[in-house]
Design a protein around this ligand. Structure first.
Ligand code: MTE
Ligand code: MO
Length: 372
């Protein structure tokens, strides 16, 4: 069993798949803290978790022509200037289970928990690339990452991001060695992972082994044959993966974490809680909540940290305390967020359905009963 050496996990996690391990925290735990505690941070693995020795670990960075290739130990990485940032990581498949209700899709049945937030510390990718002699260039180029996790044929997890993002100090792409003040847990990439603020989880390569700059995107399955969006009209017979760009920045997202669907709430007053986030550093400026399926709206109170302009890498938690209209037996609670580009979420799932079940960001709806 290649998974026999996987780490022990927190019992509160809701497991979507055991081998490889994929799990999400239950919603009410997810928004209990602005920073997600490491043991309940959602986990998305495609392969067995490698067991790497921090003393012999080396990160290989392929040098630029005229530059030099680097073989960096953990100590070497710690010698680069240290940066610490709060970043929310979301899987492209978050909320996929709602797409499945429209029509079958291929993928793990994530509910609202394939998203979490941590404080990450590490070296900046741009500093490491500069030391290897890389510069921004006029022609298109991509920074390719390879993980040290691999399948029985030796194929490793891989992904890439555009060189322009990697070299931009304002994009704050990190080679992270710390998560919430601790060395990275094994499930989250020990000893080093990439953190690409504002970008889909799939590019945050864990157990990072190799970095190179190429004229084309990574040839990895996960860059080219997965994590792409398509029209609802496209099925597995007709899909042409080369016709769509890889997902990088994610669209605006929000979800209700309390109360839970099907729950009974007290009459009088109801407290509604949730999270909201947008990709590309776009800040969430407002969350609207409805108790009547979207006929009337109230504005929720945003908690969590105010963020820097164009660097809103982390989510906002939000809540609304609202009177339950007298005589109501049930409530259709809905939330929707707006980001600073005034981007909004679509009201229903069907028009954004896609065969892989990614980018599921329709208004989130929860149906509850009111106790008499
Ligand atoms: N990196 C490696 N090496 N192997 C993987 O399977 N999964 C990716 C990304 N990085 C993956 C990886 C995906 S799809 C996601 S959503 C994030 O890691 C999840 O990060 P987490 O498990 O720390 O939450
Ligand atoms: Mo993912």
């Amino acid at each position: 069993d290649p998974y026999a050496d996987d780490p022990v996990r927190h019992p509160a996690l809701k497991v979507n798949s055991q081998r490889p391990f994929n799990a999400e925290p239950p919603p009410e735990l997810l928004t209990e803290n602005y920073i997600t505690p490491n043991p309940i941070f959602f986990t998305r693995n495609h392969l067995p978790v490698p067991n790497l020795d921090p003393d012999t670990y080396r990160l290989h960075v392929v040098g630029a022509p005229g530059g030099q290739s680097l073989s960096l130990s953990l100590d070497d990485l710690h010698n680069f200037p240290r940066y610490e940032i709060t970043v929310t990581l979301q899987c492209a498949g978050n909320r996929r289970s709602e797409m499945t209700q429209v029509k079958e899709v291929k993928g793990l049945e994530w509910r609202t928990g394939a998203i979490s937030t941590a404080r990450w510390a590490g070296a900046r990718l741009c500093d490491v690339l500069a030391q290897a002699g890389h510069q921004l260039c006029e022609t298109e180029a991509h920074v390719c990452f390879e993980g040290l996790d691999s399948d029985p044929t030796g194929t490793a997890y891989g992904a890439s991001i555009p060189l322009a993002r990697a070299m931009d100090p304002e994009a704050e792409v990190l080679l992270a060695y710390e998560m919430n003040g601790q060395p990275l847990p094994r499930d989250h990439g020990f000893p080093v992972r990439v953190v690409v603020p504002g970008v889909v989880g799939a590019r945050h390569v864990k157990w990072l082994g190799r970095v190179s700059v190429q004229p084309e995107e990574s040839y990895s399955h996960w860059q080219r044959r997965d994590y792409k969006g398509f029209s609802p009209s496209v099925d597995w017979e007709t899909v042409d993966f080369d016709s769509a760009p890889s997902i990088q920045e994610l669209p605006v997202q929000s979800a209700i974490t309390e109360p839970r669907d099907g729950e009974t709430v007290e009459s009088g007053e109801v407290t509604i809680k949730g999270y909201a986030w947008s990709g590309g550093g776009r800040a969430v400026i407002r969350v609207d909540v409805s108790l009547d399926g979207g006929l009337t709206w109230q504005v929720a109170k945003l908690d969590g940290e105010e963020q820097r302009p164009r660097k809103a890498w982390a989510w906002r938690l939000w809540q609304l305390k609202a009177p339950v209209p007298a005589g109501q037996k049930e409530l259709n609670i809905v939330c929707k967020a707006v980001d600073d580009g005034y981007n909004v979420q679509p009201d229903t799932v069907a028009p954004i359905w896609n065969l892989r079940g990614v980018l599921s960001n329709a208004w989130h709806r929860v149906h509850v009963y009111v106790s008499p």
